[in-house]
Design a protein. Structure first.
Length: 361
C-alpha cells in the first residue's frame, strides 16, 4: 500500500487524476469509510415517508446510517408534539439496539434490561439502578444527531466535518425556487442497483460530461452539449445542461461525497451511492415528480436506459483501474471541472489523514 500524498494540481489544465491504486486499495476503502463517509451528511428519508402531515401520533423508525459501510444504528422519532428527532439506536447501558422495527410508541424501552427513554432521547427510568450514585447523568441519554432538511428531504450526520448549509449552497442558489414541496415519489421510477465496481468510479462517471456524446448520443436531441455549464461550490457542484428552449434541459447536482440530485422540468431523480466493498456498490435511485404531465420527457426521459449504459461504463473503468499499466490520466478542462473538484476534495482529505484505519490503530 502506498502512503505518499496525492497531488491534484488546482489548475485543471495541468492536473492529473487520482492514481489507480486509490480505487483498488482495501486500506483506502477503510479510510474513506471511517474518515470521510462517517463524517458526511447523508440523506436518510423524505418527510412524506413518515406519514401524512396531519398524522401526529408518536412513532419510531430505526434505520442504518449508510447501510453496508458505516452502518451506524440510528432512530427517527416523532414525539407527541409532532417534532422529529434523530437519535442513536444504541442503549446507553450495555449497547443493545433499542428499537427493532418501525412502531407507534409513547416512549422507547430497551428490550435487554428495560431502560426507558423519551422520544427525544432523555433517559426516563432504569430498573435495578436505585443505589447507583450520580445517576442518571447526561451520558445516560441517547445521543441526538442533527436533523436538517432540503425540500422535505431529511439529512443527518454522526460527526459532520462541514456545515450542511455549505453542502446545499449551490442547490439552494440555483434550484431553491422550484416546487420541492410538491414533489411526490414515482414508484415506477424507483430502483436499487448493485454493481461490481468501486463507488468512487460511479461518482467519477457522473461528474463529467465528456462521455455523454459517446455513451448517450440520444441526449444530444434534447441537450446542447456546447452549452453544458459547470459551477463549483465548497462541497458540491452542478452541471447545467442547456437546451434550445429558455429553460435548462437538466441540472445535475452532486453533494459531496455520494448524493446526486438530477433536476428536470418534471421534477427530479435521486441517486444515493452506497459503498459495500472496495469493488462493490449499491445505488438507490428514486424519481420525485412535481409536474406529472411532463414526466419522462426531454432530458429526463429513458433514465433506466441511461443508468444501464452508465453502469456499463463504470464496469469498464473498474476493469481498467486494476491494470498494472494504468497510473493516472489528465482532465478535460472544459468537460471535467466537477470531476477535478471531487478529486481535489478527496486528495486533500487523504493528504491530511491522521491514520488510515482508527479501528485497528
Amino acid at each position: 500500500m502506498r502512503h505518499e500524498p496525492i497531488d491534484v494540481d488546482p489548475d485543471i489544465r495541468r492536473a492529473r487524476t487520482l492514481p489507480g491504486w486509490f480505487y483498488r486499495s482495501e486500506r483506502v476503502h477503510g479510510w474513506l469509510e471511517e474518515r470521510l463517509l462517517a463524517r458526511s451528511w447523508q440523506l436518510i428519508t423524505h418527510l412524506s415517508r413518515l406519514g401524512p402531515v396531519g398524522e401526529q401520533a408518536p412513532a419510531a423508525w430505526p434505520f442504518r446510517f449508510l447501510p453496508g459501510s458505516v452502518d451506524e444504528p440510528l432512530l427517527l422519532t416523532r414525539d407527541e408534539h409532532g417534532a422529529v428527532h434523530c437519535l442513536s439506536n444504541v442503549c446507553t447501558h450495555r449497547g443493545a439496539t433499542v428499537v427493532g422495527e418501525p412502531c407507534k410508541a409513547i416512549d422507547l424501552r430497551c428490550p435487554y434490561h428495560g431502560r426507558r427513554f423519551s422520544l427525544d432521547g432523555r433517559m426516563l427510568a432504569m430498573p435495578g439502578f436505585e443505589d447507583a450514585l450520580d445517576f442518571p447523568g447526561p451520558g445516560d441519554d441517547l445521543p441526538q444527531l442533527p436533523l436538517v432538511g432540503f425540500g422535505n428531504f431529511l439529512f443527518t450526520a454522526i460527526d459532520p466535518a462541514w456545515p450542511f448549509a455549505e453542502l446545499v449552497e449551490l442547490l439552494t442558489e440555483v434550484a431553491g425556487h422550484l416546487p420541492w414541496a410538491d414533489a411526490a415519489l414515482e414508484p415506477a421510477g424507483t430502483a436499487v442497483y448493485e454493481i461490481e465496481a468501486n463507488w468512487l468510479l460511479y461518482c467519477d462517471n457522473y461528474l463529467e460530461g465528456l462521455h455523454i456524446a459517446h455513451v448517450h448520443p440520444e441526449l444530444g436531441k434534447t441537450v446542447d452539449l456546447d452549452r453544458l455549464e459547470t459551477r463549483l461550490g465548497r462541497w458540491s457542484s452542478v452541471q447545467i445542461a442547456g437546451s434550445q428552449a429558455s429553460e435548462a434541459a437538466a441540472m445535475y447536482f452532486f453533494l459531496f461525497p455520494n448524493t446526486m440530485f438530477n433536476v428536470y422540468p418534471w421534477g427530479m431523480s435521486l441517486n444515493v451511492v452506497e459503498p459495500l466493498a472496495v469493488d462493490r456498490t449499491r445505488i438507490r435511485y428514486q424519481a420525485w415528480v412535481w409536474s406529472p404531465d411532463r414526466y419522462d420527457t426531454g432530458a429526463g426521459s429513458g433514465l433506466a436506459e441511461i443508468e444501464r449504459r452508465d453502469q456499463q461504463s463504470v464496469l469498464r473503468l473498474q476493469q481498467g483501474v486494476r491494470s498494472r499499466l494504468y497510473e493516472r490520466g489528465r482532465y478535460s478542462p472544459r468537460h471535467e471541472q466537477a470531476l477535478h473538484h471531487f478529486h481535489r476534495l478527496l486528495a486533500r482529505g487523504w493528504n491530511r489523514r491522521a491514520e488510515l484505519n482508527p479501528r485497528t490503530g
